[in-house]
Write a protein that binds this ligand. Sequence first.
Ligand code: HEM
Length: 231
Amino acid sequence: MVSYFGDGQGGGEFDNVANSFHSYWQTVVETVADRRANPRDDVISYLTQWDRPAFTDEQIQMMTLNVVLGSADTTSALLGQAIMYLYEHTDLRDQLREQPELIRPAVDEFLRLFAVSMGAGRTMTKDVEVDGVVLKKGDRLLLSYPAANHDSVAYPDPYSFDLDRGSKRHLGLAVGPHFCLGAHLAKAISDTALRAFLSRIDDFRVDAAHAESNADKNALNQWIRIPAAVG
Ligand code: HEM
């Protein structure tokens, strides 16, 4: 697994990422081994104790990796997009502050509008024709969640934020067998964070000229730097 992420040949930024991943992976391996030897009240310990049938260490390591990689950056990317949007749209900011019960539907509309997870690859398992386009078994596909979320047939005026569209049926958390495992948690975290933010911070200013979004949007659509001040 680690060798896939870097053999020291990539140079520069690639090696930085590979090195951080290497240290992260080491922590996962050590934590799983520790919980196997000294189980306590947590999910990894529970998985090490499961016996119908038992999981190998490698399987638990991969589950841990999947959940951690799937959860942290995605949720912070959504919150960054939401906070930038609220900075630019003071009416919406005031409305959500006055009616915090609207934050939860707003999270769904943010998930639709920003589609922070850009897409995923799939391989066709059989021939299928869609709208006259023939997709052959073995073809590689890119599922573009932003494209689906901005389909004007499903979402009239798709680039506008609309709390009334009831857009729970978005693809910001995917669809089908790989639907986001942490969907409810992601919404609960985003709801809680935005409630806390809006209730504690009356006003804030963003130095938009120096805000930076990620140049490479292969995986996520996110702000990596939002210089801001309170008041
Ligand atoms: C706003 C936050 C999040 C977004 C936008 C998001 C988005 C997604 C998307 C689009 C997929 C499908 C990927 C694919 O098609 O292959 C996915 C899968 C997944 N997500 Fe999330 N996610 C978020 C938060 C979380 C959280 C908090 C967790 C766990 C605590 C999580 C765990 C996972 C896992 C384990 C999968 C793989 C499911 C599978 O392949 O069966 N995600 N997520």
